[in-house]
Ligand binder design. Structure first.
Ligand code: CO
Length: 134
């Protein structure tokens, strides 16, 4: 059911510093910061030949990643995103197998303007998983 790895997301305490590390130290192609008020984050995408890295920084006081950064002050891997062809079919397949979908169970619009869902980390070895319809 899952397809390509869309991205690995890393929560970072300083977005400019993290973007500079990927651009200058690691020599990667780094995009411009984008605010995503619906998700409470500002993101920077790093383009790699086979996937992307999504740097996540809190936007607003009730950002869902404030708690993560409080526990991981120097940042850390926050989630992985897999591509799926049909997000509703994927959701129904997962629900039928006992996996938990976060929020109200309906897709939201993600960073690339496509529908996304998040799955409960306890059902996936402690890893928060995002699905993105492509
Ligand atoms: Co993501």
């Amino acid at each position: 059911m899952i397809g390509k790895l869309s991205h690995v997301a890393i929560a970072v305490p300083d977005l400019d510093a993290a973007a500079a590390t990927y651009r200058d130290t690691l020599g990667a192609t780094v995009g411009a910061p984008q605010d995503e008020p619906d998700h409470g984050v500002t993101v920077v995408f790093i383009e790699l030949p086979n996937t992307k890295i999504e740097l996540l920084h809190p936007l607003g006081e009730d950002s869902p990643i404030n708690g993560f950064l409080a526990k991981n002050p120097s940042g850390g891997i926050h989630h992985m995103c897999f591509e799926v062809d049909d997000i509703i079919a994927a959701r129904d397949h997962l629900l039928a197998r006992g996996a938990r979908v976060l929020g109200d169970g309906n897709p939201k619009t993600g960073a690339h303007g496509k529908p996304v869902l998040f799955l409960h980390p306890r059902d996936f070895n402690g890893t928060l998983i995002e699905l993105e319809e492509v």
